[in-house]
Every structure is written in C-alpha cells, then in structure tokens.
Design a protein. Structure first.
Length: 135
C-alpha cells in the first residue's frame, strides 16, 4: 500500500505540473532504492527463499508506477480546486511520515550528524522548491 501511495503522489504531481511530477518522481526513487535494498536484505536474512524475495520485491516495485498511472488518469477529470486539495493531502502525507517516523528516530539516537542530515534534507527541499519556481 505504501508503494501504491507513492505512485499516487507522483500521478497527482504530474497532473498538476510537469516539474512537480518530476520532483516527486526523483524524491520517490531516491527513497525507494535504499528501502528496497533494506527490505530485500531483511527478507533474505530471515530465511525467505531468494525466488520469493525477488517476486515480492517486484510486486512492491511495480505498485508505484501502477499507482501513478491510475491516479494520473483519475485526476485528469477533477477541478483545479480538487487537484489543489489532492496535492496538499499528498504533501501532508509525506510530511507526516517524515515527522512521525524519522524525527523521533533522530531524537532517540541524538547525534550531531543526525541533526545535520535533517537540516540538509530541509535545505534540499527548499532548493528544489526554488528550482520549481515557488511551488
């Protein structure tokens, strides 16, 4: 479901504006690579067969483009106001995940490097928004 929602964010982004869709795609891909490697390693380390692990990885990986395509075609028929609400919901969902999952981990394992990485992430988002022209 998580991967499907990532795809929905991408689809809504492309419907709103090409730059938003592109930025969403890059962000999701940067997120998917380490997560995919981690999940695959966990499956293999848990003793799940390699073949089953590969099948599960493909199912998870393909859920994102499926979600993107479905949402892209569905949101083409919505009003601009509803599209704006969907964009706000998508952004809020991503911020919620970051704030509820990642920031508590940073506080649990307090290190200056963790704080620095959070600040780098926030700065990256800021510079991407400048690149996109204020979105």
């Amino acid at each position: 479901i998580h991967s499907l929602i990532d795809g929905v964010v991408i689809g809504i982004g492309f419907e709103a504006d090409f730059k938003i869709g592109l930025a969403s795609t890059v962000a999701v891909l940067l997120h998917k690579l380490p997560v995919g490697i981690s999940v695959t390693a966990i499956f293999l380390h848990s003793g799940i067969e390699r073949r089953k692990t590969v099948v599960r990885a493909w199912i998870v990986a393909l859920a994102t483009p499926v979600g993107a395509l479905i949402s892209f075609f569905i949101v083409q028929s919505v009003s601009e106001a509803l599209l704006g609400l969907l964009l706000a919901f998508s952004a809020g969902a991503l911020i919620y995940v970051g704030a509820s999952d990642l920031l508590p981990e940073t506080h649990k394992n307090f290190k200056r490097s963790n704080i620095l990485l959070v600040l780098i992430g926030v700065s990256l988002v800021y510079f991407v928004s400048i690149f996109l022209g204020g979105y």
